[in-house]
Structure formats: C-alpha cells, structure tokens
Write a protein that binds this ligand. Structure first.
Ligand SMILES: N[C@@H](CCC(=O)N[C@@H](CS)C(=O)NCC(=O)O)C(=O)O
Length: 232
C-alpha cells in the first residue's frame, strides 16, 4: 500500500513560538510526554536534548497513517510534540530551546547564540529544501533526473562545508556541543549510518544522496561522536 504523503519537512523554518516569550526558568519538570514516530529525524533532535538534560519523557507513538494523538493535543499532525507538564510545544528546534531555557545545564546555546541560531535557521529553512525537493520529484510520474542530480550535488557540496566547519573543533561551532549539532545530526548521519529497518523514503534519499564515496574524516568522526550520545 502506498505510504501516505509525508507533509512534514517543507514546513521547516525555525521560529520561536509565542509560548517561549517571557517563559520563566523552571528547574524541575512534572510529567513530560513526547509524541513521536519511529525513525523520526526531528524527534531525534528532542530525544538527544532530553537525554543531555538528564530528562525522561513518556513516549506517545504516532504513525503517519494516524496522526490523531498529536493533532488532538497540538492542533497539527507533525511530530515531535512536547507536552511539558501540560504545556504543549511543537517544532523540534523550538522544543530544544524551550527545554534549554527550563533546564539550562549543560547549556546548548553559547552566551552569544547568534551564530548557532543563524545556523539553525539556515539548516531548517535552506538545507532541508534539497532533499525535500528530491522526494517531491520522485513522487511525480516522470521525475526530472537532471534536477535531482543538481540537488544531489548541492547536498554533496554541503557535506564539504560541514567537513570544513569541523576543522574548528569537535563540534560544528567549536569544542562544545550546541543546539546546532543536535539540529543537523539526525539528517547528516545518513552520510555514514543507516538502520536497515528504516525504509522511510526521505531517509533513503538522505543516505543515497550523501554518499559519493569521498572520505570526510572529520564529518565521519563527528557523526560517531554524536551518535554515541544517549537518547531519552
Ligand atoms: N518543522 C518540524 C517538522 C516536523 C516533521 O516534519 N515531522 C515529521 C517526522 S520527522 C512528521 O511528523 N511527519 C508526519 C507526516 O509527514 O505525516 C519540526 O522541526 O518539528
């Protein structure tokens, strides 16, 4: 049976939701629930963040065939959705920011977060466009292969950019893990990793279009470094 169209990754532009504005700092959490789907890249960002903060979350699994549990609490069907003791937050990188504000240690944003925030905007608003366009192209009766190859080249060129960025330290912005690493990792990891049980077409694109056989040792080591971190 044909898998229902994923709606997701087009709507990627990072924005701070109103619920973040003026939010007070709280150190302890009540019940945290995470609405999630198997193999979800955007959920992995949050799972890494929760673990980094020493938090646990009760999972509420949704399938792409039935997004009603997420819709019921958040009014939209994409995951992750965080229920933080009754406060509902959507958009993975907004959730990361939200958790960092309430659980500041260890910090995921440097004191001057402008570079990290600009990276997150670029990643979600620009980087994601190429694989999403390839996925949309593949769903057409007659995909434009030349267009897909151009987009694939763009993705490969960006791997070289990440390789350069990692010349500055173990993480994308120096020697400390930041939200930028957690933002990019679930998508870039496909350059070297892929769970054979994950047959999500978008993930197969991420794998196939990020493997040109060239060695990128810093990127490969970064993928291993982040992959070794715990998930909630
Ligand atoms: N911009 C959103 C995108 C969320 C998103 O695309 N989630 C995917 C899973 S990774 C999803 O829920 N897809 C459901 C669908 O396509 O039906 C975020 O960062 O949270």
């Amino acid at each position: 049976m044909r898998r229902p169209r994923r709606l997701a990754c087009w709507r990627t532009r990072h924005r701070l939701r109103p619920c973040l504005a003026g939010a007070g700092i709280r150190q302890t959490a009540g019940v945290i629930r995470l609405y999630r789907a198997p193999f979800s890249t955007n959920c992995e960002r949050v799972l890494l963040t929760l673990a980094r903060k020493g938090l646990e979350a009760e999972p509420v699994w949704i399938s792409y065939e039935d997004r009603s549990p997420a819709e019921a609490v958040s009014g939209q069907g994409l995951v992750p959705v965080l229920d933080y003791d009754g406060e509902i937050v959507v958009e993975s990188m907004d959730i990361v920011r939200f958790l960092d504000e309430r659980h500041p240690e260890p910090p995921l944003y440097p004191p001057d977060a402008s570079e990290v925030l600009a990276f997150i905007d670029w990643f979600d608003g620009t980087w994601k466009v190429a694989p999403n366009e390839i996925e949309a192209e593949l769903e057409k009766p007659e995909p434009d292969h030349a267009r897909m190859d151009d987009l694939g080249q763009l993705m490969i060129g960006r791997l070289d950019y990440f390789e350069q960025l990692l010349a500055g330290g173990d993480y994308l912005f120096g020697d400390e893990l930041t939200a930028a690493d957690l933002c990019a990792f679930p998508f870039l990891k496909f350059a070297t990793l892929h769970d054979p049980a994950d047959d999500e077409p978008f993930h197969v694109i991420l794998r196939d279009r990020q493997r040109d056989g060239r060695e990128r040792p810093r990127l490969a080591a970064w993928i291993d470094r982040i992959d070794a971190l715990p998930r909630a």
